[in-house]
Design a protein around this ligand. Sequence first.
Ligand SMILES: Nc1ncnc2c1ncn2[C@@H]1O[C@H](COP(=O)(O)OP(=O)(O)OP(=O)(O)O)[C@@H](O)[C@H]1O
Ligand SMILES: [Mg+2]
Length: 333
Amino acid sequence: MPNPRLPEKHNYLEVQDLKKTFVDKKRTVEAIKSISFGIAKGEMVGLLGPNGAGKTTTIKSILGLIKPDSGIVKVDSIDCAANPREAAKRMAAVLEGARNTYWRLTVWENMQFFAGIHGVCAAENKEYFEYLLETLKLQDRRDTEVRNLSSGYKQKTAVACALAKKTPLVFLDEPTLGLDVESSYELRAALKRLQSEEQRTIVVSSHDMKVIQDVCSRVIIISNGRVVADDNIDDLLSLFRTRNYRIVVSKNAYMQHPELLMAELSQGFPQADINETPDTVEIAVEFTNPFEIYDLINTLSGFRVAIESITQEQVDLEKAFLEIVRREDGVCG
Ligand SMILES: Nc1ncnc2c1ncn2[C@@H]1O[C@H](COP(=O)(O)OP(=O)(O)OP(=O)(O)O)[C@@H](O)[C@H]1O
Ligand SMILES: [Mg+2]
């Protein structure tokens, strides 16, 4: 039951039961079977999913570039199907590695042009455009024709043009595709800065989990045209946190019979993987309940060995993602 004293979270973007099937001569593809989610103003949300999951189709349907078969999309409470022009004013996008800029225009001219057709006047927003160039580390390329830029700079120019439209909602479909490590870091830093300084609502799709984990606090995972997870990244990771430990103890002067320790460990913790080196004993073990580690510590304490380190295996978004999609495939497959 929702708590009546808490104000209801207002979604800036609302997607309800979106469906889209592509039919051509050869085949019918149910690209999105049922997609629903809501995103509040100022959120930066990651959209993840395997190839062909339906991410781009979802984004294009929200933007009105594809007509969904059914479902409701609302942006700022405006029904996109009923009032597409008003909805479009509130959204900008960079689609799937597309560098939809004019190659014979400079970076600045492109920003001017794309912002202009969205009703944002460059002369009145000069300071803001400079801020975007600085944030995206494009200042040096300001007056370079796009055709003379490397692919990474072209990509960043496309992002700058989308942001220059000053829309509250921005979609970035694979924004770091083809960027080198440094440019990818720069773009991530730029997105974080924009989100903290401007409170834009940004949806980022990427196959690079590090990008999503770095810039987004929440992730929506799509698989086979359906949302299979929608959670804060920390909460999602905690679901997959294992109790896998690696404990290293050193054989010290007290320990005259390491074979006794090895025997006791093998007997007490048959699931453990135990390796002896000349100076240490390394124990890798997965506990099923959180208190079992005390039993191990007690055993080690009985032998008066020094514990050098205890580490817990870290779960990252990639592992959690693969596990969710694998389970889902198992259910649907
Ligand atoms: N215009 C189209 N005509 C026919 N089928 C299409 C069309 N666009 C997409 N599809 C199909 O719809 C499904 C979903 O595609 P979509 O591009 O939305 O996936 P995606 O999650 O963005 O994948 P990727 O990670 O590869 O970008 C795929 O099976 C794709 O082949
Ligand atoms: Mg795609």
